[in-house]
Design a protein around this ligand. Sequence first.
Ligand code: AMP
Length: 209
Amino acid sequence: MTSARRIVLLGAPGAGKGTQAQLLAAKLGLVHISTGDILREEVRRGTELGNQTKEYMDRGDLVPDELIVAMIAERIRDRDGFILDGFPRTTAQAEALEEIAPVERVINLQLPEEEVVRRLSARRVCEDCGKIYNLITSPPQREGVCDECGGRLIQRDDDKPEVIRRRFRVYTEETAPLKDFYRQRGLLREVDATGTVEEVFNRIEAALA
Ligand code: AMP
């Protein structure tokens, strides 16, 4: 399908980066690296990094670049491919990534703001395996229970309305400018993120071809 092995998924919170990254990683045999998932796990385990980052995440703000870049560098150095979801989120992070492992393809998932808010409010996540559900568009077979592992489905703390609005503002101000960074390098592909998971996945595959 594609020879690109260092892929970044961009897009607002709720645009479907996590869901699509999980599918794409399985299909291409690449590791899926989600900075949000890694940070939530650090917070849950009460590590030093988790304690340093929790307050930013609770507010819907970005965690400082130095912490994130160090965390990512350790995970991608010496890997020959990856799908990044939620990183980079600032121009400083994108520049750092170019030094560590230059990206080959960037997919920007485009979704209108009303749809973002609607999806985030209906999002549920398995607390054990991290599988993502949507109560409206992709509900689990049994309410509150993960189809894959039987784990409990929870709502992320930052998927509450006040924090969603803050995250969306942070995205517009700090992350959206990254589209220009990658467009100038000829790496950006725009993908319409409306519709079903499968429809969006097919568009991503076409954009990577
Ligand atoms: P996500 O699951 O990608 O929506 O990330 C959840 C939260 O983790 C964000 O709202 C930020 O507080 C933090 N976070 C995740 N990735 C990054 C990043 N690349 N830079 C800074 N903060 C991040």
